[in-house]
Ligand binder design. Structure first.
Ligand code: XMP
Length: 508
């Protein structure tokens, strides 16, 4: 196993992702708990992630120097390298902020370095993101390569098993990033054994864990909970009780599609709770987005508890938790706050249900692959993500039945036209927003003052960042024309061309 010490980098989760891709086991720790966790997990290697701080900041995260005496190979990345250098007596300087691709050129010493073993090129492009630079080499270190702005961009101290790079090997656009991590894993003598995506293995594990007990499982129609419940159903059949709460806030047709998947494909009829009126009633008058999220989360939990009471014989709670949720909810003291994304994540402990999370070890694309192998239809597994609070966070201001209906119609048009243009699977998400802004339009012969709808469509690899999509004008034109003609009382349609950061993907 390789232990990643998270110093608050937005891409720390990608380090684990990349290591798992090459077949290494990983675990995360915080700078404060690292020594304790190393004793517990006995990792073969340690990675210091990047982070937003400068080593000279008063509250900069740091780590005990004892870690260098353990003899375990350490790879420092960006801030991880700056901190390593600082703790070992080197000088760090605050330089201008560099972000984006840079060329690194390896020197003669890199030819014999295990980190750059079998590298096909001397100069290659890497992603950098730093405001500080290491100015002097700590004792015992050798420089292996430099970029225009950082003399010590790749270094090693073989005797003490320390390696470091000023760039991000985990970033998708760093060339040979995976090779660097693989070489480091080899230095650590880590056994590389890629995770199996065979659904039969997961189904067998569920059978062994659950035996002839019952499992109750909240399904939302989204990819993760559908794949999880589907595998559980394949393992235990009618002992699964899938529960779908129809809040009225989910994508159109979700209820029927949940019924179809479970009823037809695995012959387990889901329990459908029609709670639309209850949700609309509780949302009345609420305009603040966090209050909406809290109200919806609370209602889901209450309703789910009511259903669970009727199924007292259930011993397990099945959930579609995936690996990125595990990392996000563990959180990092030093990374910025990440929203809670689970509608029934906050179930009270006194429900006495054991958690069953068959997808806990897998990333989204792996979950899709498992679902595909297990026989779920392509349109189910390739669905775009949809927020737990649903359309409520895409209606700025109060969620009234009328505005909800308009949002659903407009969103359906967006998705239909994007699919028709063959763009749906290329986008991370695309949707409409009831903006709460009003403008004038002339409909028939009358001037009306009606709501403005915005369209958001973007690409993203890591969720942390996104780029608005360059949708052809003809497609935007079609979407706009259909919305103003088919959805009542909409005055105009605008296209959101803002990247994340600074704008988040959702408007609320
Ligand atoms: P933001 O708006 O933070 O969204 O850039 C990032 C991703 O998270 C989804 N999202 C949510 N999902 N509950 C969820 O289950 C939420 O409250 C929530 N808010 C945002 C969003 O759709 C995007 O995929």
């Amino acid at each position: 196993m390789i232990l990643i010490v998270d110093f608050g980098s937005q891409t720390a989760h990608l380090i684990g992702r990349r290591l798992r891709q090459i077949g290494s086991q990983t675990t995360y720790s915080t700078p404060e708990d690292a020594i304790k966790d190393i004793k517990k997990h006995k990792p073969n290697g340690i990675i210091f992630s990047g982070g937003p701080s400068s080593v000279y900041d008063t509250d900069a995260p740091t780590i005990s120097k004892d870690i260098f005496k353990l003899g375990i190979p350490i790879l420092g990345i960006c801030y991880g390298w700056q901190l390593m250098a600082h703790l070992l007596g080197a000088k760090i300087k605050n330089t201008s902020k560099e972000y984006g691709p840079e060329d690194i050129t390896l020197n003669a010493a890199a030819k014999t370095s295990q980190i750059f073993k079998n590298f096909p090129k001397k100069t290659f492009s890497v992603i950098v993101s730093h405001g500080d630079t290491v100015m002097t080499l700590p004792k015992g270190f050798t420089s292996l390569g430099e970029t225009k702005t950082a003399t010590y961009s790749a270094v090693e101290n073989v005797k003490d098993n320390l390696y470091a790079i000023q760039f991000h090997p985990e970033a998708y656009h760093t060339s040979y990033g995976l090779d660097i991590l693989r070489n480091f894993a080899k230095i650590c003598n880590e056994t590389l054994d890629p995770l199996s995506l065979d659904p039969k293995r997961i189904i067998q594990q569920i059978k062994e864990t659950v035996g002839d007990q019952k499992v109750i499982c909240a399904v939302s129609g989204g990819v993760d909970s559908t794949v999880a419940a589907f595998l559980i159903a394949k393992a235990i059949g009618k002992n699964l009780i899938p529960v779908y709460v129809e809040s009225g806030l989910m994508r159109q047709g979700t209820k029927d599609y949940v019924k179809k998947i479970f009823g037809q494909l695995v012959r387990v009829n889901p329990v459908i709770i029609d709670a639309q009126k209850r949700f609309i009633k509780e949302l009345k008058g609420i305009t603040d987005s966090e209050q909406k999220r809290k109200t919806i989360g609370r209602l889901y939990v209450e309703i789910f508890q009511e259903v669970a009471k009727e199924h007292k014989d259930a011993k397990f709670l099945g959930q579609g938790t995936i690996y990125s949720d595990v990392i996000e909810s563990k959180g990092s003291k030093h990374a910025s706050h990440i929203k809670s994304h689970h509608n029934v994540g906050g179930l009270p402990k006194d429900m006495h249900l054991l958690l069953l999370e068959p997808l806990r070890d897998f990333y989204k694309d792996e979950v899709r692959e498992i679902g595909r192998e297990a026989g779920l239809p392509e349109d189910v597994i390739m669905q775009q993500p949809f927020p737990g609070p649903g359309y409520a966070v895409r209606i700025i201001g109060e969620v009234t039945p009328e505005r909800l209906e308009k949002e659903k119609q407009a969103d359906m048009i967006v998705v239909e036209e994007i699919k028709r243009a063959g763009l749906y699977e290329k986008l991370f998400q695309c949707f409409s927003i009831m903006t709460g802004a009003y403008s004038t339009a002339v409909k028939g012969d009358a001037r009306v003052f009606a709501e403005v709808i915005a369209i958001r469509a973007y690409e993203s690899v890591d969720i942390m960042t996104s780029q608005w999509a360059d949708i052809p004008y003809t497609v935007l034109q079609k979407i706009s024309a259909r919305i103003v003609n088919e959805v009542p009382d909409i005055s105009r349609v605008v296209y959101d061309i803002t990247t994340k950061p600074p704008a988040t993907m959702e408007w609320e």
